[in-house]
Design a protein around this ligand. Structure first.
Ligand SMILES: *Cc1c(COP(=O)(O)O)cnc(C)c1O
Length: 391
């Protein structure tokens, strides 16, 4: 006989998923109804307007794609690019590399603008690339690079794209609800996010939003979008205005969860959510620095929700993560790509961004590293964070 699965209760402080509010999991346990039930159609409308709030946009085409963040990425590229076109892609970490893959799989040509891992996208390099490629259709970049913890200037990058008559395509999977994001104010044309980072919802859904210029591009394509499932022209028959027709069966219970997570965000207030992420990061950073450890990203470009911390000399990083999981039920992330083995990625996203998690994580790291004989300033981290909170 097979047995039921009972997951351990963890504290999630990696690069996502983050801790989920019990209200969200409770909402997901409500009775399943049909994906065309009038009650569900009403919920879909609510989700769309709550997403407009989270993205700060009045874009009508603001919907949750029924699949994880990577599907949001494909939705944006596949709908906006056609064979033979050109896109400028900024890469300063893992996810810019995936954007390149997407452009290639559209049969389009990526022009890469490379920056070092841990640095933000360089505006001057982007402007040079835009000047040198007047035929480029769009500029794609990652707002919040989860592989390094660097924040790029989505407002200025979008302004540059428009100056050279390009659309801007933004990955804010980790940015949404964690740092300032103003889709309409900044004029972003296409953006995708995820549920399991700062929205603190289980993984599996990808909110996307397209502005008027992007919608115009999508509706006047010469060729069909190569993905039937992600074709916005078809998806809108289900998620759009007016009568709803079957396209695919929405993950009904997951949508209950997303709705509840967005209600919680609205209750807190978007600005308050940004401020909470900033404050818990500052306290955490005070503790990390008091321990004598350092950050990969310079202070002014750091994402509060993703902290890349360098590993002390002579310490086997995987052993530390294993001890955190075994003794503290605490998950943190390993380095990815160019930073593998060199850093830990410690997430303070959504529900996980709270004082308790900051203090527990600092205390646990302090104890484990001291036990392993690392050259750190032992016994200082928690007090430094507490001192920050007391200010
Ligand atoms: C997590 C993440 C993704 C991918 O999202 P999935 O839900 O894992 O598919 C894309 N971009 C960034 C910046 C991310 O952090």
């Amino acid at each position: 006989m097979s047995k039921s699965f009972h997951p351990p209760v963890r504290t999630l402080m990696g690069p996502g998923p983050s801790d989920v509010n019990p209200r969200v999991t409770a909402a997901m346990g409500a009775p399943t109804i049909g994906h065309l039930d009038p009650a569900f159609v009403g919920l879909m409308d609510d989700i769309k307007s709550l997403l407009q709030y989270a993205f700060q946009t009045s874009n009508k085409l603001t919907i949750p794609v029924s699949a994880p963040g990577s599907a949001g990425m494909e939705t944006c590229f596949y709908n906006l690019l056609e064979r033979g076109e050109k896109a400028i892609v900024c890469q300063n970490g893992v996810f810019g590399g995936r954007m390149k893959e997407n452009v290639e799989r559209c049969g389009a040509e990526p022009v890469m603008v490379q920056d070092d891992w841990g640095k933000p996208v360089d505006l001057n390099k982007v402007e040079d690339a835009l000047k040198a490629n007047p035929d480029a259709k769009l500029l794609a970049f990652v707002h919040a690079e989860t592989s390094t913890g660097a924040r790029s200037d989505a407002k200025e990058l979008t302004a540059l794209a428009h100056k050279y008559d390009c659309l801007s395509l933004v990955d804010s999977v980790t940015g949404l609800a964690g740092v300032e994001l103003d889709v309409d104010g900044w004029g972003i044309d296409a953006i995708y996010s995820g549920t399991q980072k700062c929205l603190s919802c289980p993984p599996g859904i990808s909110p996307v939003s397209f502005g008027d210029r992007a919608v115009e591009v999508i509706s006047s394509r010469k060729t069909k979008v190569q993905s039937w499932f992600l074709d916005m022209n078809l998806v809108m028959g289900y998620w759009g205005e007016g009568s709803r027709a079957y396209h695919h069966t929405a993950p009904v219970n997951s949508m209950y969860g997303l709705h509840e997570a967005l209600v919680i965000l609205e209750e807190e207030g978007l600005e308050n959510s940004w401020a909470r992420h900033a404050r818990n990061h500052e306290a955490f950073a005070a503790g990390i620095e008091a321990m004598g450890l350092s950050f990969v990203v310079a202070k002014e470009y750091r994402l509060p929700q993703l902290n890349s911390v360098t590993i002390p000399e002579g310490i086997e990083e995987a052993k530390v993560r294993a001890a955190l999981l075994k003794d503290y039920n605490l998950e943190i992330g390993a380095g990815l790509g160019a930073l593998a083995g060199k850093v830990w990625r410690i997430g303070l996203m959504g529900e996980s961004s709270c004082k308790t998690n900051v203090l527990v994580c600092l205390g646990a790291l302090d104890a484990i590293l001291t036990d392993m004989g690392a050259s750190i300033n032992s016994g200082k981290a928690v007090a430094a964070a507490q001192a920050y909170y007391a200010k």
